[in-house]
Design a protein around this ligand. Structure first.
Ligand code: DSN
Length: 420
């Protein structure tokens, strides 16, 4: 593997092999990461990276497009089938780009969007002041009413919507562990004449595999997503439109030529391959197991008396208040667990008393270990090892022993090449 890189570029070769070993021997618990198939990697590393294809299938600006069109049409048709969408745009380079394109498609500068507060689970691109999109649009927020159950304050959300008249009511999150009441979002959007949009980046795979409800069944107008989290595809973005051709045209225009130039055709081919895998019956089993494994980890954390934001999980991720429960700041917890071979991320929690760079929480989840073939028993053991490492963090021997068990667990469940 990497034979040509080895011959011409030692530095990159070393980086690639380092990452191969890190992924092979460690456990990946960052809930937005996954291991893709060899087929996805072949497509992403393919010859299609050579081609410029501005435009859309059948309507390109440059010649020589029969095979790029074939790949993009496959990606579009499969995405539509997976999510029950009438239209799909598979060109956004990332989830952030998908959201920004969706904003420019549906809003005019100065318009308002109602989205979830970052510290309650929302994403930077849902209107955090550090992002440049706040220079163009006005963002107002909703939060959880009860941080211990995860219940969203829908009454407050409705009141905010009535007061600020947003043009978009945005559901979706990057650090929230419960199901949203989709009907309430759609109803509130309709009451104020807004588009209902949901960012499904984290749970796209769960929806595609039938392990989570499909927001389109509740009448959402648009879904934005990434393709590399639970959906287990290449790193990239996706926009799905339930029904409206008018919205679909605006979205296409916003993605290209509005914001992006040439689409990444090699990535689009890899998206098509991943969507094909997600249509396979095995994907249903995979996504059901993601949830079972998260529940198994939740049980261990509950028994260990660690406070979980929203009281636990109904999806693939858990947000744990390690500072409040164990007196360990999130940053230190991330570093300790890294030393034990377990990768996750520090995360701000609702009403955090600490700073975003050194918050109170950690966020972890099961999409990647489930891809490795972990079931409930192994997942529960990982959670036990996490607590042992955090509690015994001052003892190098304990961390070394845990690291050995983590490595053994990882090597007993090698990363699979194919899922179909
Ligand atoms: N960085 C992604 C995540 O980890 O959820 C969101 O952009």
């Amino acid at each position: 593997m990497y034979d040509f890189i080895k011959k011409q570029d030692k530095e990159v070769y070393t980086a690639l092999w380092g990452e191969e070993e890190r992924e092979r021997d460690g456990l990946e618990l960052i809930p937005s990461e996954n291991y893709v198939s060899k087929a996805v990697r072949e497509a992403q590393g393919s010859i299609l990276t050579n081609k410029y294809s501005e435009g859309y299938p059948g309507k390109r600006y440059y010649g020589g497009q029969p095979f790029t069109d074939m790949a993009e049409v496959a990606a579009i048709e499969r995405a539509k089938k997976l999510f029950g969408a009438r239209f799909a745009n598979v060109q956004p380079h990332s989830g952030a780009n998908a959201n920004i394109a969706m904003y420019f498609a549906l809003l005019n500068p100065g318009d308002t969007l109602l989205g979830m507060d970052l510290s309650h689970g929302g994403h930077l691109t849902h209107g955090h002041p550090v992002t440049y999109i706040t220079k163009f649009f006005n963002f107002v927020r909703y939060q959880m009413k009860n941080v211990e159950t995860g219940e969203i304050d829908y009454d407050e959300m409705r009141a905010t919507a009535k007061k600020h008249k947003p043009k978009i009511v945005l559901a979706g999150f990057s650090a929230y562990s419960r199901e949203l009441d989709y009907q309430k979002f759609v109803d509130i959007a309709r009451e104020v004449g807004a588009y209902s949009v949901i960012d499904i980046a984290h749970i796209a795979g769960l929806i595609a595999g039938g392990a989570a409800k499909n927001p389109f069944d509740f009448g959402f107008d648009v879904m934005t997503s990434t393709t590399h989290k639970t959906l287990r595809g290449p790193r990239g973005g996706l926009i799905l439109i339930r029904e409206s051709e008018e919205i679909a045209k605006k979205v296409d225009k916003a993605v290209f030529p509005g914001l992006q130039g040439g689409p990444l055709m090699h990535v689009i081919a890899a998206k098509a391959v991943a969507f094909g895998e997600a249509l396979h019956p095995n994907f249903k089993t995979y996504t059901a197991q993601i949830l079972k494994n998260a529940k198994a980890m939740e049980a261990v954390f509950r028994a260990g008396k660690v406070r979980m934001i929203a009281g636990g999980t109904s999806n693939h991720l858990i947000l744990a208040d390690v500072f409040g429960s164990l007196g360990i700041p999130g940053k230190e917890a991330e570093e300790v667990l890294d030393r034990a071979g377990i990768t996750l991320n520090k995360n701000v929690i609702a009403n955090d008393t600490r700073s975003p760079m050194d918050p109170s929480g950690i966020r972890f989840g099961t999409p990647a270990i489930t891809t490795r073939g972990f079931k409930e028993k192994e997942s529960a053991r990982v959670a036990e090892l996490m607590l042992m490492a955090l509690q015994g963090r001052a003892d190098k021997v304990i961390l070394t022993t845990i690291n050995s068990e983590v490595k053994a667990l990882a090597q007993a469940h090698p990363i699979t090449d194919s899922f179909v």
